[in-house]
Write a protein that binds this ligand. Structure first.
Ligand SMILES: [Cu+2]
Length: 151
């Protein structure tokens, strides 16, 4: 039994010293992991720059000067749009049945009225800021209506 233990201890000592040497060399390499300081700098700069820039773009964003609405059978899509003051909204009649685009919320305000149409387009330019409702006189406000928000 001792004859087996001693050689094993010797071989363990050799392996241990060998591993110790390898470990020392490996321990020197982790300095490469310390150099990723530059990577850390990049990661810190990129997100900060992107997040700072995006809100600026949002703040300077302005409403579009045009908007398009499709008049379908018994609904407008999109029903609600936002445009800049002086902008123009164009409704395109694409349903099989006739409809109107009339300012108001059940009672015509007289601001605009497309008349009864089933094809073609109707456009109106909104000169001042505000919220303008419109609806279909054929099917009624409860069935077909939308809002143009002018900024
Ligand atoms: Cu209608």
């Amino acid at each position: 039994m001792r004859m087996l233990i001693i050689p094993a201890a010797v071989s363990l000592a050799i392996l241990t010293s060998g591993c110790g040497g390898d470990n020392n060399q490996d321990m020197a390499q982790p300095f490469d992991l310390a150099s990723p300081t530059s990577v850390g700098a990049d990661m810190a700069a990129a997100p900060g720059a992107d997040l700072a820039a995006a809100p600026v773009d949002m703040a300077t964003a302005t409403a579009p000067t045009t908007a398009a609405i499709t008049v379908m059978d018994n609904f407008y899509t999109p029903a609600n749009v936002t445009i800049a003051a002086g902008g123009t909204v164009t409704w395109t009649f694409a349903g099989a049945n006739p409809h109107t685009v009339t300012s108001g919320a059940g009672t015509p305000t007289g601001m605009f009225d497309s008349g009864i149409k089933s094809t073609g387009t109707f456009s109106f330019t909104f000169p001042t800021a505000g919220s303008v409702g419109y609806y279909c006189m054929v099917h009624g406000f409860a069935v077909m209506h939308g809002t143009v928000t002018v900024q």
